[in-house]
Ligand binder design. Structure first.
Ligand SMILES: Nc1ncnc2c1ncn2[C@@H]1O[C@H](COP(=O)(O)OP(=O)(O)OP(=O)(O)O)[C@@H](O)[C@H]1O
Length: 453
């Protein structure tokens, strides 16, 4: 059933609406404060808002402020303002602020039902459109339409046309390189080279020449002048992958390049101008490394003009299945197999697994499953995963796991503050405490007491 938040202080009208809008689930709020709490709790796509809210029932100031809060929280929310039949100007003001429509009392159930259904239809179309746009982003390489991925893809769209130096943070295998390529592909540099270098995989003594190149005769074995990766990326984009593993000695040279956009090849005497957009990536905690003095602070600020955090696979919910299906399709082509899908058990097992190796781990597991599977469906065993045998228990576990993840996510958004965490989750603080106890997330409580010390 579709949920509508009804913000209305008149109990009589609340009752009338309940009776008139029986095809919807209605949740009520009688003032701005409770409206925001309900908004967080139910995340409705459609809201009806009486503009005459207390303490300013005779006017619309509180109602309009409430409208503002709703749209700040969810700009896609369809708000239908309900006004007395004489306040046309307030209704128009509300529309100018971003309300979807307005409706004048007295209530006519048929008209209001049509308006509400139309609002839901539009909300649904817009949501589909957003999902479609985000899946088109990055030339279809970034699969997934979880909120976290849609947000990350939107950020890519915004930063790609700029020259801003971007830092991509995420666990190993989350797709940092895929995101870097997506930025390049959507940038004006798309026709120029995209060059990636992994600072962790090249021995310290070779990394400098790999990056900056060398002149003939610069050292024994330097038989000809060779361009480094930075020069090779001229006009295009350079990805410095695992920048956290760059030795301190090289960090100073890298900083100079980033500041002045000139390089000197090893053994060279001439400064060479290079026009390169730089993207850095790492799975390390750079701010911690700065505190420990194993990463230069000035370089850290230079490379992180904007930071994009790529969520781990376990926080992407149903994306796990979406990506698994897309990969299955790809591996079927590659290995000429005809596997049709996954058993229920396999899907549950995938949703339960914590994927420490993220998408790379999913790829590896799927590839061997496609090769090893005996039937038309991939089982949990083919994936090397185990799922709970009882479906009821598993469903509960999936829900519990999702709740734990959401709590951890909100906790990190709230920088460890439990009251804010409860607000973000739309629950009371005692409920949050109960959930923390239930799911044994006791470290969250410890972190708060440490933060407060
Ligand atoms: N959203 C996605 N959909 C499908 N495949 C993806 C997605 N993100 C990443 N991949 C694939 O997962 C693999 C790992 O991605 P990538 O190398 O970009 O990760 P990474 O974070 O740079 O890893 P590392 O830190 O180990 O270098 C690649 O094969 C990539 O194509």
């Amino acid at each position: 059933m579709k949920t509508i938040l009804v913000i209305e202080d008149d109990i009589g009208i609340q009752k009338q609406l309940k009776w008139s809008l029986s095809e919807f689930e209605l949740v009520f709020a009688q003032d701005r404060q409770s409206a925001l709490t309900q908004l967080r709790r139910y995340e409705p796509d459609v809201v009806t808002l009486d503009l005459g809210l207390p303490p300013d029932e005779a006017n619309a100031t509180e109602g309009l402020a409430c409208l503002n809060d709703i749209l700040n929280f969810n700009p896609n929310c369809k708000v239908i303002v309900i006004t007395g039949n004489t306040d046309n100007s307030h209704a128009l003001k509300a529309i100018a602020l971003g309300a979807y429509d307005y409706y004048q009392k007295p209530i006519d159930a048929d008209v209001l039902n049509v308006t509400l259904n139309r609002a839901f239809k539009l909300a649904q179309l817009e949501a589909e459109n957003r999902a479609l746009r985000s899946s088109n982003v990055a030339a279809q390489e970034i699969i997934g339409n979880s909120d976290a991925m849609i947000k990350a893809c939107r950020t890519v769209e915004k930063i790609a046309p700029t020259e801003i130096t971007t830092l991509l943070l995420g666990e190993s295998g989350t797709g940092k390189e895929v995101f870097a390529r997506a930025i390049h592909k959507q940038s004006p540099r798309v026709k120029k080279p995209f060059v990636a270098i992994n600072c962790a995989s090249i021995p310290e003594n070779l990394l400098e020449s790999e990056l900056f190149g060398y002149e003939r005769g610069a050292f024994t074995g330097a038989n000809k002048t060779t361009l480094g990766k930075i020069e090779c990326a001229n006009g295009g984009t350079l990805l410095l992958d695992e920048i956290g593993d760059m030795p301190l000695s090289l960090q100073a040279k890298m900083l100079r390049f980033l500041q002045e956009r000139v390089i000197e090849r090893i053994g060279g005497r001439q400064e060479i101008e290079v026009d390169v957009r730089v993207i850095c990536a790492t799975h390390r905690n750079l701010s911690e490394m700065v505190a420990e003095q194993s990463f230069r602070e000035d370089l850290y600020y230079r490379i992180s003009e904007i930071t994009l955090v790529i969520p781990p696979l376990r926080d992407r919910g149903h994306d796990i299945i979406v990506i698994a299906k897309a990969l299955l399709h790809r591996f079927n082509d590659e290995f000429n197999s005809k596997i049709q899908g996954f058993s229920d058990c396999a899907m549950q097992a995938m949703m339960q697994h914590s994927w420490p190796g993220n998408i790379r781990e999913l790829q590896n597991k799927l590839k061997s499953a496609v090769i090893l599977a005996d039937s038309k469906q991939i089982s949990a065993e083919d994936l090397g995963l185990t799922a709970q045998s009882s479906k009821t228990a598993t469903l509960r576990m999936v829900r519990e796991q999702a709740e734990s993840q959401a709590i951890r996510h909100a906790h990190s958004l709230a920088s460890g503050n439990l009251s804010k965490t409860a607000d973000i989750l739309g629950v009371t603080r005692p409920t949050l405490y109960a959930l923390i106890e239930k799911y044994k997330l006791l470290d969250l409580r410890t972190t708060e007491s440490e933060t407060q010390q």
